[in-house]
Write a protein that binds this ligand. Structure first.
Ligand code: ATP
Length: 684
């Protein structure tokens, strides 16, 4: 059953790959825990060229006032009476008075009615308010959530899973407890959270229950594999990660709870709740993202403590999420030896309540004293490996020079026309995306379909035209990557692009934005002198965005002038020194055709603010897989050039992969070779 919405259709500013290219799924589904979701669907209309800007909180308030709709201002949402609630429904799913059960996200305008569970975009809401009379006559029907298709599989797995204490073999139960670190978690805790165990998969099963604990919306299976003296966890969710929006523990939250502890793992929530008795919730995809669709369920809390993990990445994610939740009500538990993950703290007999009391306020005045910085400095010093950022799997020599890909930096990338800039940066970004770096592409030059085709070929490391029988397998895995595309093409104003990037950071927790390329934000009418000023302004805007949002921006720039027989220099990129000063890193794709022959390229790191190492290394283009990454068998040479102190070091490349980040779990929660589909992931 579908609703035929009246009025304008929201133009898709951000388009997850699946919506445009795969053609097999509808618009992004921002689902929230609860019984079968009611959602608005729209006739598929071609997105028009001019994207709309996200609605602002001021506009939302003005609209509600103009239509006489009372509202209360919350932390991340406005609360209003719901137009989707029949008069007789007096209580919502969580037992609150249904009158103010509509939550409208102040940043995106998306709404969720806690009573009818209707949800949709700001335009949907306006259509339902303005078209209410006509809507009723046309028969406003609400669609079932598309992921309902998984419910049979969910029910089948759930029915086959049993509580740990019901396992026939006590040894099996004990082994499972040891593997998952649950030796100090009681059966009562497991029972309260309805945790089960699926014997055939040797996996814990965490249910996605509706707030009232009535409906089963989905599941997360967690398996553990011991590798040496380490245990690696692998997560599988139904429905897939992109729509698995379960706040694990939500059914245990009562309306009277005003404080909650957010964790990044279900096991940590079990340990925390058992040890402190505090309400606790686990985020559906750990530190990878905090879907805005979950914010209405967190509105009731006056204090939120984020205890996401024991490493720098968790600390960074906690700061990012606190900004979305309203920093003034958030406190962060700082990672440290005496402040490990909650489950580890429980197993080490530490006092979790005391650790919670050391949580630092997320919000502080704009001028900070060193006291507030010292914790972060300590965090960086004790996590040098992670402070260096995410390492590329495919470009070990890039790791040796840049040491990693870090949030908050601006990288400028250039190369001669037609040299393979888009192709290289596509693989460079894909490599990071497969490691859980939420990525937004702004492809102004080539269409998203063509770019996605290049990326899928690079992802499959081979021509899919010759193996179309494997297309679905690769496309399914590719679809689960945290990868989003702006729908702009051709000239765009920098303001529009920045606003859209801001929106994406909020909605999808984007950590890496690729802009290909800067020239598309330079109006044609600008004269040459203006062009330099315009370029400086645009680079400055991206610099500010990267810093303010702790999001890495990679900016592709066509060189100002090129002499075919000479290497590009930094000066040949920028009109003025300002732009090269703004960049943290400057990469140049050199194609010395005269020297190295067809296909050969060199990548030159000509600026590296992180630790100063600059140099060049060879790249070999593989036409069938469209990849530049060094084939594992071949050894590439890394030549370092003199750094500022005149030191010259020349290290033969070991050809080893760059150091894989400590937590090699990806956004999909499983560590697997990024080049191959993961056979252990159940096929759809
Ligand atoms: N090293 C290479 N050798 C041969 N062909 C290449 C190489 N790199 C990319 N190509 C091919 O050249 C074409 C142009 O590549 P690409 O669009 O990445 O270049 P570009 O530098 O981004 O171009 P432009 O300057 O127009 O943006 C593509 O078809 C690509 O497959």
């Amino acid at each position: 059953m579908w609703v035929l919405l009246r009025g304008g259709y929201p133009l898709r500013i951000l388009l997850p790959l699946r919506g445009e290219w795969m053609g097999r799924r509808g618009l992004p589904r921002s689902l929230v825990p609860g019984p079968p979701r009611r959602r608005y669907r729209k006739e598929a209309l071609p997105a028009l060229e001019v994207p709309v800007l996200p609605v602002t909180a001021t506009e939302i308030r003005q609209y509600l006032r103009a239509h006489g709709i009372p509202f209360q201002d919350g932390h991340s949402c406005l609360r209003a009476p719901s137009p989707f609630v029949k008069a007789l429904q007096l209580k919502d799913q969580t037992g609150a008075p249904a009158s103010f059960s509509l939550f409208i996200d102040k940043t995106t305008g998306r709404f969720l009615c806690m009573t009818s569970l209707a949800e949709g975009s700001w335009e949907d809401f306006q259509a339902s308010v303005e078209g209410r009379g006509e809507g009723a006559r046309e028969g406003v029907l609400l669609g079932e959530a598309p992921e309902a298709e998984d419910s049979e599989e969910v029910r089948r797995i759930w029915d086959r899973a049993i509580p740990l204490w019901e396992l026939p073999e006590p040894e099996e139960a004990q082994l499972a407890r040891v593997m998952f670190g649950l030796t100090k978690v009681t059966d009562d805790t497991l029972r309260r959270f309805s945790v089960r165990y699926l014997r055939p998969a040797r996996s814990l099963v965490f249910p996605w229950l509706s707030p009232g604990g009535l409906g089963l919306r989905g599941l997360k299976l967690l398996s553990a594999e011991s590798q040496g003296d380490e245990v690696h966890y692998k997560e599988t969710t139904i429905p897939r990660p992109g729509v698995y929006h379960n706040l694990f523990g939500l059914p245990l939250i009562s309306r009277r709870d005003v404080e909650v502890v957010l964790t990044s793992r279900e096991l940590d929530s079990l340990a925390l709740n058992q040890s402190t008795g505090l309400p606790t919730l686990a985020l559906p995809r750990g530190t990878a993202c905090l879907p805005p669709a979950l914010l209405p369920y967190l509105e009731q809390f006056r204090r939120i403590v984020l205890w996401l993990g024991d490493d720098l990445r968790s600390w960074e994610a906690a700061k990012l999420f606190a900004r979305k939740l309203n920093p003034k009500r958030c406190s962060l538990v700082r990672p440290g030896d005496q402040q490990p993950r909650p489950l580890e703290a429980l197993n080490r007999g530490l006092n979790l309540s005391r650790i919670l009391r050391t949580a630092l306020p997320a919000w502080h005045k704009s001028i900070v004293s060193f006291r507030q910085l010292r914790e972060e400095v300590l965090g960086e010093l004790s996590n040098v490996e992670q402070a260096a950022g995410i390492r590329w799997n495919r470009f070990p020599d890039l790791n040796r020079l840049l040491k990693g890909h870090r949030k908050g930096e601006l990288t400028v990338f250039t190369g001669p026309t037609g040299s393979g800039k888009t192709t290289f940066i596509s693989e460079y970004a894909l490599d990071l995306c497969t490691q859980g770096v939420n990525t937004l592409w702004g492809s102004f030059e080539i269409s998203n379909v063509r770019l996605a085709r290049v990326m899928l070929t690079q992802f499959a490391v081979g021509r899919l035209e010759e193996q179309l029988d494997k297309y679905d397998e690769w496309a399914d895995r590719f679809e689960d990557l945290p990868l989003y595309f702006m729908t702009f093409h051709g000239q765009q104003s920098i303001r529009t692009v920045i606003d859209t990037m801001q929106h994406a950071v909020y909605v999808y927790d984007i950590c890496h934005v690729v802009i290909d390329n800067l020239q598309f934000m330079m109006g044609h009418e600008q004269l040459s002198t203006d062009r330099i000023a315009a370029q400086d302004y645009i680079v400055g805007a991206f610099r500010k965005f990267a810093t303010d949002n702790s999001c890495h921006v990679t900016l592709v720039i066509h060189p100002r002038k090129e002499d075919d027989d000479k290497e590009l220099q930094t000066a040949s990129i920028f009109g003025s020194a300002k732009a090269s000063q703004e960049a943290d890193n400057v990469l140049i794709l050199q194609d010395r055709k005269l020297v190295t022959g067809p296909g050969k390229r060199y990548l030159q790191v000509s600026k590296n603010r992180f630790d100063g190492d600059v140099g060049v290394f060879p790249l070999e283009f593989n036409k069938s897989s469209l990849t530049f990454s060094i084939p594992p068998k071949s050894k590439a040479r890394l030549k370092k050039v003199k750094d500022d102190n005149g030191l010259v070091t020349k290290k033969p490349s070991s050809g080893k992969k760059g150091a894989v980040p400590q937590n090699s779990e990806t956004c999909l929660g499983q560590a697997h070779h990024p080049y191959q589909p993961n056979p252990s992931k159940p096929s759809r």
